[in-house]
Design a protein around this ligand. Structure first.
Ligand code: RIB
Ligand code: CA
Length: 308
């Protein structure tokens, strides 16, 4: 049975590819896409979500949400995603937004679903998800899996200590890590294994596909190479979270306990992940540690290329 799925995102170049991966995968029945600010402002992230879903020809309601975090404005990452949020790749305008506010739409869908039946995937700052569960905590029991691209057990990518999504709303992430769920998390340490190099892009480009696939390839070609990969590649973050749901066999996962540093100062937003159970605390993460990258990229092509 396809999984009833909610995706919260901040498109965002890698969010766009993640959405196409999800929309092209029969394992997922994407019932709702909610949008926050993050990579770029909410006006652009919502326009990008609409365009991505429209290009795929899917009738999934898209609902706008947080334009700032619980405690502060979001900080954008235009150096990676461009001012438009899609690396300058132009897509036709998508369908209009559905009415309402993201956190309410998330709660409405959860409330109407059976227990343990909804897969909730967070690909950006998790403000919308935190607002939903903080307002109605009992809805946690409708969740089958909560899956995030967030955090790092080693160094960050927006500060030395913190990963971009976690840093942009650490209080929201802390709320999700304290719901009593074991959150499946793809940290930077995992997504850095999804290393996109010019050779990877050319191998993917050998596969024919529709407009979504051509747009995904254009986005990959537009993304800047990472200094942390000596300019030879860059990590593909958000599709890793989708891939865990549809192809968990590509991942090595272990339980771990984690907390988020919400203090002001240089460590704010750091995810302190106890990979070796040094503190003996109950696990609140299903921590993705390893990825079969070649088969991950094969999956991307197999699922996105057939889209319109
Ligand atoms: O740190 C990477 C994450 O931040 C990804 O989700 C990317 O889209 C940005 O939101
Ligand atoms: Ca994102």
């Amino acid at each position: 049975m396809p999984r009833t799925t909610i995706i919260d995102c901040d498109p965002g170049t890698d969010d766009a590819i993640a959405l196409w991966l999800a929309l092209g995968s029969p394992e997922l029945d994407v019932k709702l896409i909610t949008v926050a600010g993050g990579n770029v402002g909410l006006d652009r992230t919502t326009a990008n979500a609409r365009a991505v879903v429209g290009l795929a020809g899917k009738a999934v309601p898209i609902v706008a949400g947080a334009e700032r975090s619980l405690m502060a404005p979001f900080r954008a990452e235009t150096a990676v995603h461009g001012n438009d949020g899609l690396g300058g790749v132009m897509l036709p305008e998508g369908p209009p937004l559905a009415p309402g506010i993201a956190a309410d739409a998330i709660r409405d869908l959860l409330r109407a679903s059976p227990p343990a039946s909804v897969t909730v995937i967070g690909l950006g700052p998790v403000t919308n998800l935190a607002l939903a569960f903080a307002a109605e905590p009992a809805l946690v029991d409708r969740v089958q899996d909560l899956v995030l691209m967030s955090g790092a057990w080693s160094e960050g990518n927006i500060t030395p200590a913190a990963e971009f999504n976690a840093w942009n709303d650490p209080e929201a992430l802390a709320i999700l890590l304290n719901l009593g769920l074991k959150v499946a998390i793809a940290t930077l340490d995992l997504t850095f294994q999804a290393r996109v190099t010019p050779a990877v892009i050319e191998a993917l480009a050998a596969r024919e596909g529709g407009a979504c696939w051509r747009a995904a390839l254009a986005i990959l070609r537009a993304l800047p190479m990472s200094r942390r990969m000596n300019g030879q590649g860059f990590p593909l973050h958000d599709p890793c979270a989708i891939a865990w749901v549809i192809a968990p066999h590509l991942f090595g996962v272990k339980d771990a306990a984690a907390e988020v540093d919400c203090t002001p100062g240089p460590s704010r937003g750091r995810t302190v992940i106890d990979r070796w159970n040094r503190l003996g605390r109950p696990a609140n993460l299903a921590l993705m540690e390893t990825l079969d990258a070649p088969r991950f990229f094969d999956l991307l092509a197999a699922r996105i290329a057939p889209l319109p």
